[in-house]
Design a protein around this ligand. Structure first.
Ligand code: ADP
Length: 250
């Protein structure tokens, strides 16, 4: 279980961004974080990844993440950023860099095997020797996921992973992430802007406002009232054969 309790954080000389935030996810659950720009989603992720030092508790399977080293944390939690900047590397070498928290100075045979396995799983073997800078946005995003999976983490954190992708690639990335969560029992914490994708993808929803989770629950927590409260827009939720969606107005 992943659990955040009473998280507080302020950047230097700035007003607090997180004001006592609580959140929990079971193993293999997909938790979608929603909120306006500036609500604090990226800051929350920075806290989870250990990039800033908040007050409060962040636990994974009873282990306090603030008390373990960065290398140990990297074995538990991997990050998939929105737009990844790889160096001048092949796809294979980029994925292998995900193993850095596992190997010392040199990648071992096992590290190479893990890299090859995730490359097969994500169906990018045909581009394994290509330079990452020559790939399309969707392919680069798959490589970013492969690199994160090569860490063999127990949890993945995605910050708006599909922001620059077309709708087909966007769906593909969400489908891959869902498969990973369900088949490998990896917990996912993800920020999604598009509420229709959020409905289709999430198990649990965390609607952020003023540095706390203002509303949380299953898909039914995403309703006209909570969306109006958090985003300040008027919407209608519809249901087509059990699939929920959202339109503006109403
Ligand atoms: P979101 O990801 O939801 O858009 P952020 O976590 O990026 O929100 O930002 C939350 C608030 O923290 C905003 O008011 C933003 O201006 C502020 N903020 C973000 N990064 C920094 C920083 N490095 N220094 C100072 N303030 C920051």
């Amino acid at each position: 279980m992943f659990e955040i309790r009473d998280l507080h954080f302020a950047y230097k000389k700035s007003a607090p961004v997180l004001n006592g935030l609580n959140l929990s996810l079971e193993k293999g659950e997909i938790g979608v974080v929603l909120g306006k720009n500036g609500a604090g989603k990226s800051t929350l992720f920075k806290c989870v990844l250990g990039l800033v030092k908040p007050q409060g508790e962040i636990e994974f399977d009873g282990q306090n993440l603030q008390k373990i080293s960065r290398v140990e944390r990297a074995k538990l939690i991997a990050y998939v950023p929105q737009e990844i900047s790889f160096g001048d590397l092949t796809v294979f070498d980029s994925v292998l860099t995900g193993r850095i928290s596992h190997f010392g100075l040199m990648a071992t045979k096992e590290d190479r095997e893990v890299a090859n396995r995730v490359i097969e799983e994500l169906e990018i073997a045909h581009i394994a020797n290509k330079n990452v800078n020559q790939l399309s946005g969707g392919e680069r995003q798959k490589v970013a996921i492969a690199r994160a999976l090569a860490q063999e983490p127990k949890m993945l954190v995605f910050d708006e992973p599909t922001g620059n992708l077309d709708i087909q690639n966007e769906k593909l990335i969400f489908d891959i992430a869902k498969k990973i969560a369900k088949e490998k029992h990896i917990t996912i914490l993800i920020a999604i802007h598009n509420l229709n994708f959020a409905f289709a993808f999430g198990d649990k929803f965390f609607m952020m406002k003023e540095g706390v989770i203002a509303h949380t629950g299953r898909a039914d927590i995403l309703n006209e009232n909570t969306i109006s409260d958090v985003f300040g827009v008027s919407t209608k939720i519809f249901d087509v054969e059990g699939h929920k969606g959202i339109v503006f107005g109403g």
